[in-house]
Design a protein around this ligand. Structure first.
Ligand code: DGY
Length: 321
């Protein structure tokens, strides 16, 4: 069988895949240019892709022999599920293994934004720390007693709730499906409507998937409801936030700050509006980027591909029904 990887995986996975299949690995520009992907995909039985590879209708239509797509990500918004389903292509993904790493990052960004760590680092590096320890210098916000608003109480949202509890923050959440009462009690989490969550929280952290329904839902309408002292954290998908609206809100200091790991278009360059702003912490899409997690993602991506191609149950498959 022939498989295409749009980028190299960890050595152990490459070795195993090469032992089993005729493997083609794209080594050039990232993402793999669409014309190249189109020219290769027609001969492939399996595809390993990444969250930036757009596996759209056209790609799937050209993939005449394709039986399995295995994405190295928990998100699968880059794959046309309907089209894949109509062709009976199985889709594997990598949830669970990246829950802790992503939740850790969300908390790190929350602390950074509330305590202005990156801003302070920048002040020192730019030679602007001139006066020692002033009563009003670089003041941030206590976490204790504040409310964290978790948008999306799936695996990662719940992992954030657990981590936040010891800081003494109150937890509020909004999710497509409300949790059972027992689960709410365990997490100490109070359900709120979307509007109420944005109005009442001292920080919002986003953990919903990107779909056509969540496209740009964090827009001016919601951002305007946030407290002036509140913070916005996003480790999910950039397109959930309307960036133009967020820029307006941050420019006019209508919220205290934002910390983003994901953006409408990635990578962002040094000329991006966000880069010019002080009240925002930026990270280069590193939610799952720990050595342990990335290795496990490679393992699952590899196994999903092998199991899918060999007619076994994948470790994690996207339910396309
Ligand atoms: C994912 O898995 O979807 C992340 O965005 C990348 O780790």
């Amino acid at each position: 069988m022939r498989v295409l990887l749009t980028r190299k995986l960890h050595e152990f996975a490459m070795k195993e895949l090469k032992r089993r299949y005729d493997v083609y690995v794209h080594n050039g520009a990232i993402p793999m240019p669409k014309d190249k992907l189109l020219s290769k995909i027609s001969q492939m039985d399996g595809l390993v892709c990444f969250p930036y590879d757009i596996i759209d209708k056209e790609i799937i239509e050209s993939a005449k022999k394709l039986r399995v797509i295995s994405t190295y990500s928990v998100g699968y918004d880059h794959i046309d599920l309907q089209k894949a389903k109509s062709r009976k292509i199985k889709i594997g993904y990598t949830p669970d293994v990246l829950t802790n790493a992503t939740a850790d990052l969300a908390v790190a960004l929350l602390l950074d934004s509330m305590r202005r760590i990156t801003e302070g680092d920048r002040i020192i590096r730019e030679g602007n720390w001139k006066v020692v320890f002033g009563p009003h210098d670089y003041v941030g916000t206590d976490l204790e007693g504040k409310t964290i608003g978790i948008l999306g109480m799936g695996r990662i949202g719940r992992a954030v709730a657990k981590r936040i509890h010891p800081f003494g923050m109150k937890t509020a959440y909004h999710s497509r499906n409300r949790l059972p009462k027992s689960e709410e009690k365990k997490l100490g989490a109070k359900y709120m409507s979307l509007d109420e969550l944005f109005e009442k929280s001292d920080a919002i952290t986003i953990h919903i998937p990107y779909t056509k329904d969540t496209h740009g839902i964090v827009n001016m309408n919601l951002l305007k409801k946030m407290k002036k002292t509140s913070h916005l954290i996003n480790t999910s998908r950039g397109k959930i936030i309307n960036e133009k609206d967020l820029i307006k809100i941050l420019r006019s200091n209508r919220i205290a700050g934002a910390a983003l790991d994901v953006f409408e278009r990635e990578p962002i360059g040094k000329d991006h509006e966000f880069v010019k702003m002080k009240n925002i912490v930026l990270a280069p899409h590193i939610g799952s980027s720990t050595a342990e997690t990335r290795r496990e993602m490679a393992e699952i991506t590899m196994r999903n591909l092998i199991y899918g191609l060999e007619g076994k149950k994948m470790v994690y498959s996207v339910d396309t029904d």
